[in-house]
Design a protein around this ligand. Structure first.
Ligand code: 13P
Length: 306
């Protein structure tokens, strides 16, 4: 089921769980992620970043493949251009079948962020796509930005941002950061700030970026506080890399197909664990039920007119 983040995340917000949003740059990782989602009967979101697509994972190839896998999986699957702020890349996402975008105006002053995000929200909604915005700024883990409370999301600004932009989901800065944290560091997440943003925005779906290395207990508590989308990228790539390294070290003559299959399994195991943390296991059934009702009612109305 190929869908958009609005459809997926409004269900998550209503039922208080989160959906895993992660990345793949090749078939094996994509299939490992979708297999995990299918086995856990969970929705899942694929993120493709501007640079990731520029240097390697071209949307022309990735999006049709993800859509094809989504057809087989029978769980809701969305795609999302991650941290889009280059109009050329945003238009590229529109042309290439993304179902959603994340517009990142988090480094702009508040008014500029609202103005630009609203513009892209209107464009997305015209084309039936979902959109996420970011308020506050989720920085870089290696630079220690997770602890920069000045960049955390302010709840009353969040209320205004949600109201004035029309986004479907809001990324909040609450104590995590992108990439690898310094060795041994588990970030401190401000759970009260998550609850405040949730309340101020009237229950809007909230996204937590920088999931990698944030600690299992933190993730579970963040979901309980109101997070509905968990971005985790660095660690799924690390799991794939570790699998390759381990297999090649143990057996340098390992066959290429075997090597790739084992990497796919590593991605699958990693995502299965994160689905467990997110509370999204089993949640795809609700979507199938809604879809079935829609199909039945369409069929009935055809019958009525005959
Ligand atoms: P990590 O790579 O730190 O998991 O962050 C991913 C992310 O937030 C992508 O937007």
């Amino acid at each position: 089921m190929y869908t958009d983040i609005k459809t997926i995340l409004s269900d998550a917000a209503e039922k208080n769980y989160a959906v895993i949003a992660t990345s793949a740059i090749n078939m094996e990782t994509a299939r490992g992620i979708i297999t995990a989602a299918a086995e856990k009967n969970a929705p899942v979101i694929f993120l493709l970043g501007q640079n990731m697509m520029r240097v390697h994972a071209k949307a022309e190839l990735m999006i049709p493949m993800i859509r094809r896998l989504a057809e087989y999986a029978n769980v809701p699957v969305a795609t999302c251009l991650d941290h889009g702020n280059d109009p050329e890349r945003l238009m590229y996402a529109f042309r290439n079948g993304f179902s959603s975008i994340m517009y990142d105006g988090s480094l702009l002053p508040l008014e500029g962020n609202i103005r630009e995000t609203r513009h892209w929200a209107e464009t997305c909604h015209t084309f039936g796509m979902g959109i996420e915005g970011e308020l506050g700024h989720v920085g870089n883990a290696a630079a220690g930005d997770d602890a920069n409370e000045a960049a955390y999301t302010n709840a009353s600004d969040a209320a205004m941002f949600a109201r004035e932009t029309g986004v479907d989901c809001l990324a909040v800065a609450v104590g995590t950061a992108h990439g690898e944290y310094p060795k041994g560091l588990i970030p401190h997440i401000n759970f009260d700030r998550i609850r405040e943003c949730k309340e101020a925005t009237g229950g809007m779906p909230l996204a937590l970026h920088g999931g990698s290395g944030a600690g299992d207990e933190n993730i579970v508590r963040a979901v309980q506080a109101g997070i509905n989308k968990i971005n985790v990228v660095t660690d799924v790539f690390s799991a794939c890399r570790a699998s390759l390294l381990e297999d090649l070290s143990a057996n340098p003559k390992i066959g290429y197909i075997d090597l790739m299959s084992r990497m796919e399994m590593a991605a699958k195991h990693f995502i299965s664990h994160w689905i467990d943390l997110s509370g999204s296991e089993g949640k795809a059934s609700g979507f199938r039920e809604k879809n079935r009702i829609y199909l039945l009612s369409k069929k009935e109305s055809v019958g009525d007119s005959e």
